[in-house]
Design a protein around this ligand. Sequence first.
Ligand code: NAD
Length: 317
Amino acid sequence: MKVLVTGAGGFIGEALVAQLLAEGLGGQPLTQLTGLDLRPPACADPRWRGVSGNIADPAVLSEALREPPEVVFHLASLPGGAAEAQPLLGRQINLDATVALLEALHRPEAPPRVVYASSVAVYGERLPERVDDHTPTAPGLSYGAHKLMGEILLADAVRRGGLQGCSLRLPGVVARPGEGAGLMSAFMSQLFWRLRDGEAIELPVRIEGSAWWISVQRCARNLRAAAEADLGPADPLGSRRVALMPALWLSMQAVVDALARRFGPERAALVSCRPQEKVDRLFAQYPPLATPLAEALGLRHDGSADGLVRAVLGESP
Ligand SMILES: NC(=O)c1ccc[n+]([C@@H]2O[C@H](COP(=O)([O-])OP(=O)(O)OC[C@H]3O[C@@H](n4cnc5c(N)ncnc54)[C@H](O)[C@@H]3O)[C@@H](O)[C@H]2O)c1
């Protein structure tokens, strides 16, 4: 089986590539894994084909599709803050490149399967008391607007018969290594690494604030599960072809408690809070969520706060 991962050098892309090479897809081994990125990871596996360049460049996209893939994971994107600061670049990567990719993949005689990494950013800031697959969308950033447009384009391509697949709305994925390169949500990942290393951390949100959490390992498994699912005319996704990815609804305190259980009770004292109104509003005021569509496809969250910590540390599948 030939697989393409765009954004293969990113946080989720690297975890997905590692799982695909180790475990294959749908019980089948991979014969080729093409990874497209500005800087694709180095990999010695003979099945690996790294394509380096800008996905918005037609020549780069065409090189990535030289060996027609049967399955595509479309992860390449410019993050929300950067896309807001550079609107033209944001549109080129987050919308135009998605249009070009989906059009290039259109193959009615043997429709490839596409799993598109959308985002909970499609819902915008004002969330209702509970969010589910049918919550109205109202993106508050161009990033979320372009993700929503990508979902609609994918659904339309499936309707036309040239593709199969679905979009998954990803929640906050942890724990990104490093300092998060200016991401406002970086504190959610840093919490894990700082407490593991016994270092203090000041959270820019209230300790009782709640967010949606999933480990990168579980997220990559879910992307694979969506590609493996039985997507036929009667599948649960219907014509919208979109599902909200399962996530744990946990307060900051619940995650700190789980980290203290794992690394020692004294680690909880390393956490202090200095809430910033905007960060708290964007990342710590999430309501409960329900994800029946994704669960019907076999997607799961990490089970519990302790399961989340174990998965982040690479201690469980
Ligand atoms: N991490 C999260 O919490 C989260 C949440 C919701 C949605 N998502 C979505 O999941 C996908 C993967 O997220 P991630 O956290 O791995 O992001 P990431 O920023 O770590 O990785 C994205 C990758 O895309 C690559 N890329 C950017 N512009 C490119 C271009 N023009 N051409 C080729 N490659 C390009 C980057 O080099 C990077 O390696 C993204 O589409 C993101 O919007 C992520």
